[in-house]
Structure formats: structure tokens, C-alpha cells
Design a protein around this ligand. Structure first.
Ligand code: GLN
Length: 509
């Protein structure tokens, strides 16, 4: 093997989607070589807890097929690119657990639309990634299988609920992965692990085959190292699906092209000239950690240097998004999770006296504490006598939160920016038994979720303990192209997204 070849192979895990795609097109590397290299890396970093299932045999078969397709002249940005899916997407060939004991050993008869589309685009599936049980959580500590460690500091959480996806991409086990975001589960783990993720507008990616948490909020999206790589995945994942009744009826989108499209009046020094970035004062409260604020302010200054102007705006109901979300999401969850009854899916208690007892025992054994808490809250706020006081009131406020964003986008700004989370990633076990502490930390991601708006997180620096800090960008409906364009311009001028954690077993002395 030539020195150049050896060097290239040593660095295969450093390459993102676009770079790998170019190497595959030039045939300087094969999908089988990349897949083999990454599978070895996955095996070495098992201690991070990112994976719930690894399918080496299946992945190599897909990689061979991708190489054969390329040899026959087939092309495609994702042809032969290794990926993996959050274990909330059902897969025909691999088990799906949703991070729950309830679905241990469950095998779906079909693939989720997102999985099917990425597979059809030629992506190679390495396996399934750990997540909080039914995507409920902010630290991946609610998984029934194992916690996930943050590759930047293994004593800290990777964020959640897409914690396995974030850790695997950050630790360079994968160039990209899928995630889902109901109240921040793509953006917050991306921020905590120094990667880039986008939650598109509600309805852009099909929810078919995504195990439902809160159906009016759930949305799939890509998690990768750069905006450019997210754009490639999103183009393949998104699009109308008649099997999801809330899927947006729009023609297929080329997000990579939208990302590159020059703004009117822009030039190479000032690619963001004319872009108005709104800074909601409620996103910069006194309680915001100084390290997070510092990195975010430096990123905003960088965006200004790229031509953007900063304007002060207000989202007055930001704080209310916490109680509103933590009424609506559990309400929908209590309804969605009623299907797990020990009859049609998953776990059934071994011993019971009658049907009622079987339901009770199966659910008591199958669900973890956070899921049970949410089912109870949801059943309560939907119950007769409380529905008007809680659920209906929350729905009214949800509309007002969405209206507040529209007031900003109408004539004040084109995108909104702020922190993703009030602090950097906290210590494993750091929130002890205090679920409300975790709920409060969702304050900056919940508003866009409730409004159904697209939001993304991109790495912009480091804070306390050397932990990554993310910048959140929120756009108007279907304005993913502008978010990606803004993030891409930032990433062309900076290298935060290229910083990789030094994993313990790789440290050189
Ligand atoms: N942290 C939020 C929750 O626990 C968001 C989860 C998500 O987006 N899936 O509900």
C-alpha cells in the first residue's frame, strides 16, 4: 500500500459525507473499504454506548452493492455512504426498540419512509443508534439499555433524545446519522457534541414508520458534521409521503443547491450581505451561562463580518413554551403509547390473572419511569374537567407562540439566532432525580417546535470543561435553504465544525 493510500485510509473516519462522496466518485476508495474501516471504529468505541444494534454483515452487503452500482456507472451523493438510524425509525431488517424494554426484540415488517428513502439513495446502514425511551429526554439517560457518553468527556451526557446519533457522529464512527426532534432532540444533542443538525419544518420529512411520541411535534432530520452534509441527507430524506397525513405537499427539494444559492447583493467576502438576523431578548436571559453566551456572541460577530445585520426582536412567550410543551407533548404521548398493551406489540407480562391485569403488568414492566410520568401527566391534562384548564389553554398559547415568530419574520428579520441550550453538556447523573431541571433546559428549542418552524444547531466554540457550544438558527416555514446557507457561510469561514474530540484510547502522549 502506498503511503498516500495508507494515509487516506487512516483518515477515512475524518471525512464527511460530501468528501467521502467525492472519493467514492473518483474511486480512490470503495464503499466496502469505508464501511469496513468504520465498523472497526464502532467496535473500538463500544464503551460510548451509542449503538443498540450493529449489522456488519448487512452493511457490507449494501456496500458491495453500492460499489457494483458505481462500477456500472450509477452516481448519487449518498451512494455507498455509511449511515445509521436513531432507533425510533422502524427497520425491516434490524430490530427496533425506541430505547424501550417495551419493544425489546421487536421487528417491523417495513422500513420507515426516511429509512427507505436513504436506502434507495444508496446509503449503507451500519445499525441502530441509542436514544431516550420513546424519544423522551434531554440526556439519553432515559434509554432502557444504557446511557450514552459524550465523546468530548465521557463523564458527561451527549444530550438527548438523539444522543446515540450525536455521539456516533461526533466520535467519527459515522459521517452522518438520522435523528428526530419533538422539542429539541436533534438540535440539543448536536450542540452538546459539536456537530451540525437540522430539524426541518413540521411536515417536510415523513413520520411514517417513526415511532410516535407527540405526533403534532415529531419531525425527522439529519445530524452530520456540516451544513453541507446535512443538506445532502435532507434532500434524500424529505418529500411528500401519502402515508403521513401531515406530510407537506411540495415538490422534491435540492437543499444543497438552495444552500449554495447566492443572496442578492452578496459577494465572496460578504456572502450574508442583506441577511437580517433577529436576536430575541428572551433567548439571552441573565441565567444564560457565561461560556455559552460568550461563544454565541463571538459567532454573531462572525456572522456580522460575513455581511449579516443583527436586530433586536422579542418572542415574549418563550418562557411559556415550557409548560405548553410539557402539557401538549405528554397529552399526545399518553394517546400514542396506549397501543403498547402487551397484545399487539412488544412486552407481555409472564404472569397475570385476567385481561386488565395483563395490561397493567405489561405496561408497568415495559415502560420506564419517565415514560410513565408522561403518560400520567398526559392522561390527567386530557381528563374531563381538566381538559379546558390545561390542554385547551396550552393549545391556545401554542398558537400565540407561533404568531410571535410570524411578527418577527413579517418585517423585522429573516432568521432568528440564539443559544441552543442554557449550558454545555452536564455530567452523567447530574440531574439526579429532578425531571423538571431537564424540562427547564429545553427553553430555547421548544418555541420553534411548538410553532412547527425549522431550526438548526451548528458548533460555534467551546465552553466550560472544553465542551462544545452550539448556535441555534430558526427560520420561517420551509426556509431550510436559508438556514443551511447561513450555516454554510459560517462554516466556510470558521473551523469549529472540523474539531474532533480526542478519544481516550487515541490520545498521544
Ligand atoms: N427534551 C424534550 C423532551 O424530553 C425533547 C425530546 C425530543 O425532542 N424528542 O421531551
Amino acid at each position: 500500500m502506498s503511503a498516500l493510500h495508507a494515509n487516506l485510509h487512516g483518515n477515512l473516519h475524518e471525512m464527511g459525507v460530501a468528501e467521502l462522496s467525492r472519493a467514492l466518485t473518483k474511486k480512490s476508495v470503495s464503499s466496502v473499504e469505508v464501511t469496513t474501516h468504520l465498523l472497526a471504529r464502532v467496535a473500538t468505541h463500544e464503551h460510548l454506548g451509542a449503538w443498540l444494534c450493529v449489522d456488519a454483515g448487512g452493511a457490507l452487503k449494501q456496500a458491495h452493492a453500492a460499489d457494483a452500482a458505481r462500477a456500472q456507472g450509477h452516481v448519487g451523493a449518498l451512494l455507498g455512504i455509511p449511515l445509521a438510524h436513531k432507533d425510533i425509525f422502524v427497520t425491516r431488517d434490524l430490530p427496533t426498540t425506541a430505547g424501550s424494554k417495551m419493544l425489546k426484540g421487536y421487528q417491523s415488517p417495513f422500513d420507515a419512509t426516511v429509512v427507505q428513502r436513504l436506502t434507495a439513495a444508496g446509503a449503507v446502514t451500519l445499525g441502530k443508534l441509542n436514544c431516550d425511551e420513546f424519544a423522551m429526554g434531554s440526556a439519553n439517560e432515559n434509554s432502557a439499555y444504557s446511557s450514552v457518553k459524550n465523546p468530548w468527556d465521557i463523564t458527561r451526557v451527549p444530550g438527548g433524545s438523539s444522543g446515540g446519533s450525536a455521539a456516533a457522529v461526533a466520535a467519527r464512527m459515522l459521517p452522518a446519522a438520522t435523528g428526530t426532534d419533538t422539542g429539541g432532540s436533534i438540535r440539543q444533542p448536536a450542540s452538546f457534541t459539536g456537530i451540525t443538525g437540522i430539524k426541518p419544518t413540521y411536515g417536510v420529512c415523513s413520520r411514517f414508520g417513526m415511532i410516535a411520541f407527540a405526533s403534532s411535534l415529531d419531525q425527522a432530520g439529519p445530524m452530520a458534521r456540516s451544513a453541507a452534509d446535512c443538506a445532502l441527507l435532507l434532500s434524500a430524506m424529505s418529500g411528500f409521503d401519502e402515508r403521513d397525513s401531515t406530510s407537506a405537499q411540495r415538490p422534491p427539494q435540492d437543499y444543497a443547491a438552495q444552500m449554495l444559492k447566492a443572496r442578492d447583493g452578496a459577494n465572496s467576502d460578504q456572502p450574508l450581505k442583506g441577511l437580517r438576523i433577529g436576536l430575541p431578548k428572551e433567548f439571552f436571559p441573565a441565567a444564560l451561562a457565561a461560556d455559552v453566551n460568550g461563544a454565541v456572541q463571538a459567532a454573531l460577530a462572525q456572522l456580522q463580518r460575513l455581511g449579516a445585520t443583527l436586530v433586536d426582536v422579542s418572542l415574549p412567550r418563550t418562557e411559556l413554551s415550557i409548560p405548553v410543551y410539557y402539557i401538549i407533548a405528554p397529552a399526545e404521548a399518553s394517546s400514542n403509547l396506549s397501543r403498547f398493551d402487551g397484545v399487539r406489540f412488544g412486552h407481555r407480562a409472564a404472569h397475570y390473572s385476567d385481561l386488565q391485569d395483563m395490561y397493567k403488568k405489561s405496561r408497568a414492566e415495559g415502560f420506564g419511569p419517565e415514560v410513565k410520568r408522561r403518560i400520567m401527566i398526559g392522561a390527567y391534562v386530557l381528563s374531563h374537567g381538566y381538559y379546558d384548564a390545561y390542554y385547551l389553554q396550552a393549545q391556545k398559547l401554542r398558537r400565540m407562540i407561533a404568531d410571535d415568530f410570524q411578527a418577527c419574520f413579517k418585517n423585522q428579520c429573516d432568521v432568528i439566532a440564539g443559544p441552543v441550550a442554557p449550558t454545555v453538556a452536564w455530567k452523567l447523573g447530574g440531574q439526579g432525580d429532578d425531571p423538571v431541571a431537564a424540562y427547564l433546559a429545553d427553553i430555547f428549542t421548544l418555541p420553534a417546535s411548538l410553532a412547527g418552524l425549522p431550526g438548526m444547531s451548528l458548533p460555534v466554540g467551546f465552553g466550560e470543561g472544553g465542551m462544545p457550544v452550539g448556535l441555534q438558527l430558526i427560520g420561517n416555514y420551509f426556509d431550510e435553504g436559508r438556514l443551511l446557507h447561513t450555516a454554510h457561510a459560517f462554516q466556510q469561514a470558521t473551523d469549529w465544525h472540523q474539531r474532533a474530540p480526542v478519544l481516550a484510547d487515541e490520545a498521544t502522549t
